[in-house]
Design a protein around this ligand. Structure first.
Ligand code: CTP
Ligand code: MG
Length: 252
């Protein structure tokens, strides 16, 4: 498949350490059903006809290992490239984006830590960008009530207020962008950082957040409960259960 303006490219930030998951290999290389999280995530992307190229941002000292891993998991024939990631997720995405050919018009950004995203979500995000949105995020309503607090390590923490749950969404990936929208906000954030701008804000935890920071419009499309992020040990237990259910119910 060729990377052209009509086909999207995906950046997969996979350079995190996974500290909240506990000791062990970098999170993207931890296994789910005997297969690394990263391989699940890349498979989920290449299963979409909308995706023609995947660029993985690997841990700096893990580029060769990650390349070998992807080669060994039946993804041959797909256009998959591996670059060194950065110190923050934002930097990893920027470095991945820089490896995408100029003619690619749509870029998806998908966490390696979301191994079970259904292909329908990937397709829906890419279609929304193709239909004209500059920035698209998949999201789900919240189950829990949320409170804003004054953080106090160890607590008790004073409650500031309770946002109306009906207006809140938990956002997932892949997030989709017109390439120039994403490239522009990353370039602006980098320029602020390198200028040592006193007003430069901390790195964002999602790319749509960067678009919002610079006044861009972001829209939400329905996500999926199985697109959850593997963050803590319990998430891995849940992911194993979801995978076992899929394997039992179809030829997954
Ligand atoms: N990520 C990255 N580069 C970094 C930090 C994070 O590419 N310097 C990636 C992670 O590999 C992950 C995604 O961003 O796929 C989402 O981040 P998160 O869930 O926070 O993963 P980690 O940073 O690895 O986990 P933790 O914060 O618990 O250390
Ligand atoms: Mg992190």
């Amino acid at each position: 498949m060729n990377a052209t303006a009509a086909v999207a490219a995906a950046v997969v930030p996979a350079a995190g350490r996974g500290e909240r998951l506990g000791p062990g290999a970098p999170k993207a290389l931890r296994e789910l059903g005997g297969v690394p999280l990263l391989v699940h995530a890349v498979r989920a992307l290449v299963r979409s006809r909308a995706v023609g190229l995947v660029v993985v941002a690997a841990p700096v000292d893990g580029v060769a290992e990650v390349s070998a891993l992807l080669d060994g998991h039946g993804l041959e024939g797909k256009d998959i490239r591996v670059v060194a990631g950065g110190a923050t997720r934002q930097e990893s995405v920027r470095l991945g984006l820089a490896a995408i050919p100029a003619e690619v018009g749509i870029v998806l950004v998908h966490d390696a830590a979301r191994p079970l995203v259904p292909v329908e979500v990937v397709d829906a995000v890419a279609s929304a960008v193709r239909a004209g949105a500059g920035a698209v995020v998949p999201a789900v309503p919240l189950a829990d009530t949320v409170k804003r607090v004054e953080p106090v390590p160890g607590g008790p923490e004073p409650v500031l207020d309770t946002p109306d749950r009906a207006t809140l969404r938990a956002v997932q990936t892949p997030q989709g962008f017109r390439r120039e929208t994403l490239a522009e906000v990353h370039a602006r954030a980098l320029a602020e950082e390198t200028a040592g701008d006193a007003g430069a804000l901390p790195p964002v935890t999602d790319d749509a957040g960067l678009v919002e920071r610079f006044g861009g419009r972001v829209v939400v499309v329905p996500g999926h409960e199985e697109a959850f992020k593997v963050t803590r040990p319990l998430d891995l237990v849940l992911a194993e259960a979801v995978l076992a259910r899929r394997r039992a119910s179809d030829a997954y």
